[in-house]
Ligand binder design. Structure first.
Ligand SMILES: Cc1cc2nc3c(=O)[nH]c(=O)nc-3n(C[C@H](O)[C@H](O)[C@H](O)COP(=O)(O)O)c2cc1C
Length: 217
């Protein structure tokens, strides 16, 4: 698949087929993800791949923690978002709503509980970083995430990055034996997209370029 096609077509997938993903294919996705640039080529990313019964158990654990603590998907901003920025999130939710209504799913529960269950994807990739690194190295993790989602798409797989689960970092580290000197930065749900689900039918919009670029020429 051409890069341009992958960039244009890719979107977050929130309904997956049950089919397992072969280990070699996951390795190929991660191999391509790690071709991403990183400062001083430090490659600060580490991946914990969770599949099968362990994936199910981890999802159940996070769902239980969510129901106890109710930490939800949020912008994670330092203060209230200015109207213009808040509108971006709201616009995306408006785009999704009819498709959720069609499935009879409540919005809040869909996102929060769905994220904790990795949207029932057969694979959850937990991305970790050694705490020795400064917060600037999140940029490198972000670059790898970008490569990962595009590589997965080009190999016929779907992904959804899941930041919500970091609220339950202690439970994840305990369950997966992740050492204390590692930080859980993000998870990615991975699997074959269920294209029959209404949940996968919408596409989120983007701001027009004139809103986000200033030129000096
Ligand atoms: C760092 C990060 C964290 C995210 N966390 C979540 C999440 O917890 N749950 C979820 O459903 N989607 C999550 N997403 C997916 C975004 O909602 C999605 O990328 C955005 O709405 C744009 O849609 P698109 O990916 O379909 O283009 C996250 C994306 C990123 C980059």
């Amino acid at each position: 698949m051409e890069l341009e096609e992958a960039i244009t077509e890719r979107k977050s997938i929130r309904a997956f087929k049950k089919d397992p993903v072969p280990k070699e294919l996951i390795e190929e996705v991660l191999q391509r993800a790690t071709r991403a640039p990183s400062a001083i080529n430090l490659q600060p990313w580490e991946f914990v791949v969770v599949m099968g019964e362990e994936r199910e158990r981890l999802g159940r654990l996070l769902l239980r923690s969510y129901r106890e603590r109710r930490t939800s998907c949020s912008p994670g901003a330092k203060g209230p978002l200015p109207e213009k920025l808040a509108k971006r999130g709201a616009t995306s939710f408006e785009v999704m709503k009819p498709y959720l209504d069609e499935s009879g799913i409540r919005f809040e529960e869909f996102f929060n509980e769905g994220s904790c269950r990795f949207y029932d994807a057969p694979v959850a990739i937990i991305i970790c970083m050694n705490k020795i690194f400064s917060h600037r190295r999140y940029l490198c993790i972000g670059a790898a995430l970008g490569y990962l989602v595009l590589a997965a798409h080009s190999l016929g797989l779907g992904t959804c990055p899941i930041g919500l689960i970091t609220a339950y970092e202690d439970e994840i580290k305990d369950f997966l034996n992740i050492p204390d000197d590692r930080e859980v930065v993000l998870a990615v749900a991975l699997g074959y997209p269920d294209w029959n689900s209404p949940i996968n039918k919408f596409k989120t919009p983007r701001e027009p370029l004139e809103e986000i670029i200033r030129w000096f020429d």
